[in-house]
Design a protein around this ligand. Sequence first.
Ligand code: GRF
Length: 192
Amino acid sequence: TRLAVFASGQGSNFVALAQAIQAQQLPATIVRLIVDKKNAGAIEKAKQLGIPYTLVDYRHFADRQAAELAILDQLNQDQVDGILLAGYMRLLTETLLTPYAGRIINIHPALLPSFPGTHGIQDAFDYGVRVTGVTVHYVDAGMDTGKIIAQQPVVIAVDDQLIDVEARIHAVEHQLYTATLAMLLERGEFIK
Ligand code: GRF
């Protein structure tokens, strides 16, 4: 199964996925990283891992659809079966959602449908919930609205600082994303 990872940030989930594929000998290969920011830390990780990457700067395109067409073209060239979003800070349109229907998944650092959006960890912390967590879900056109695949709770202690919760959430993300990927591969998902 040929996978692409999309990331905008540090790429710790990208690295966890790549390492798990290797360590657990999962029947998959990450054939490309797509990044939308030239200073994304994920680029350096791709270089270290020897995974090709493509920078797609949306500002150089007329609109979101045009940028996604360039991505789609690259994915077709790479014969990508499935897409893993890992901190990709953009919504996708039908340009990618239709050809990859049911084959795009995302990780979110909260228990959806609570705390969607770009600050899931902080929003849960600020609200004062005592249990938050991590969600892996299929991607649709909405903001963190697709069908849920897997969730894992993370307890927030009364004396926790935000950084404590962040560290715990990220550790759970790395574990849950790789376990969920293994399950989906086992089920033969991502194959058209
Ligand atoms: C993760 O917390 C992910 O859930 C969120 O963005 C963060 C990306 O972290 N959407 P990284 O780039 O994988 O380190």
